[in-house]
Design a protein around this ligand. Structure first.
Ligand code: CP
Ligand code: NVA
Length: 308
């Protein structure tokens, strides 16, 4: 069994295998009704717990549907409604859940919750987002890029805005899949040095460029995310907006990227803030393919975790 805790903690060849399997599984069920079973049912008889300590639309629905398509069943649990949210330890929760279910996906705040869950669970644990990383999202994003433009290795990805959890997983992916990443945003919101160091140590060109126009020159992929993440306090909203406004992805900024550049956003978006609707609904945008690909990418992640 394997935990899927982060992209940098997962073998690069295994990551590549998951992306390729996800693409093949997607092709194999093209045109079928959403809840129709896949031809093979690798999760038959398996129960998966999906724990949410933060809101979610895509992660919740894509994991739930993906398990069902592969023949398994799910329990969607809200952290608040569990004893976990009322003082029971993470370790005890992990040991108890391991007696009932075959796999645990958790979306939580502090990364230490995820790590402790994995330490004490006897079943695979999947990171469905923490304050620090969001690996499942970037698996979907790599799949999406490659569907549209072929191998992502050697490409230039430009992250615009807050060097947050999604940006961190993009940096991990840069190191593992061999692409370059330029960050453009205010210095207060730079990605952690550890994330940049991981990508650099594996040969990726990681750059910080404060001028958004210069940053996106030659970009193959431009990425934005919300300016206020779920773990950020609402009282920081105005300050963050003021810092981040110069990094909005709009049509003018996109015009400096390569003509065939893609635009991505993990969603949910705050339209006309981090990106304009003109870009989000425009010819470069693949945001809804990304959302769909959460399903296909995570199905491959779950199979890898269970070894099925
Ligand atoms: N992108 C993403 O993780 O979306 P949700 O918060 O809706 O799950
Ligand atoms: N950075 C965002 C991503 C949401 C999917 C957040 O953590 O709220």
């Amino acid at each position: 069994m394997n935990h899927f805790l982060d992209i940098h903690k997962t073998d690069a060849a295994d990551l590549r295998g998951m992306i390729d399997q996800a693409g093949a599984m997607k092709q194999a069920r093209l045109g079928r009704p959403r809840a129709a079973a896949d031809d093979s049912q690798p999760l038959a008889g398996r129960m998966v717990a999906l724990i949410f300590e933060k809101p979610s639309t895509r992660t919740r629905v894509s994991f739930d549907l993906g398990v069902r398509q592969m023949g398994g069943q799910t329990m969607v649990l809200s952290g608040n409604d569990m004893q976990l949210g009322h003082g029971e330890t993470i370790a005890d929760t992990a040991r108890v859940l391991s007696r009932y279910v075959d796999m645990i996906m958790i979306r939580t705040f502090d990364e230490s919750v995820l790590i402790e869950m994995a330490e004490y669970a006897d079943v695979p644990v999947i990171n469905g987002l923490t304050d620090r990383t969001h690996p499942c999202q970037i698996m979907a994003d790599v799949l999406t890029y490659e569907e549209h433009r072929g191998p992502i290795a050697g490409k230039k990805v430009v992250w615009c805005g807050d060097g947050n959890n999604v940006c961190a997983s993009f940096l991990h992916a840069a190191g593992q899949f061999g692409f370059d990443l330029t960050f453009t945003g205010p210095p207060q919101l730079d990605p952690e040095a550890e994330f940049m160091g991981f990508a650099r140590d594996r040969g990726s060109a990681v750059r910080i460029e404060r001028d958004a126009v210069k940053a996106v020159e030659g970009a193959d992929l431009v990425v934005a995310d919300t300016w206020v993440s779920m773990h950020d306090s609402q009282s920081s909203k105005e300050r963050r907006h003021n810092m981040l406004r110069p990094y909005q992805v709009n049509a003018e900024l996109m015009s400096h990227a390569r003509p065939d550049a893609l635009f991505m956003h993990c969603l949910p978006a705050h339209r006309e803030e981090e990106a304009t609707s003109e870009v989000m609904d425009g010819p470069h945008s693949v945001i809804f393919d990304e959302a769909e690909n959460r399903l296909h990418a995570q199905k491959a992640v779950m199979r890898w975790c269970l070894g099925v």
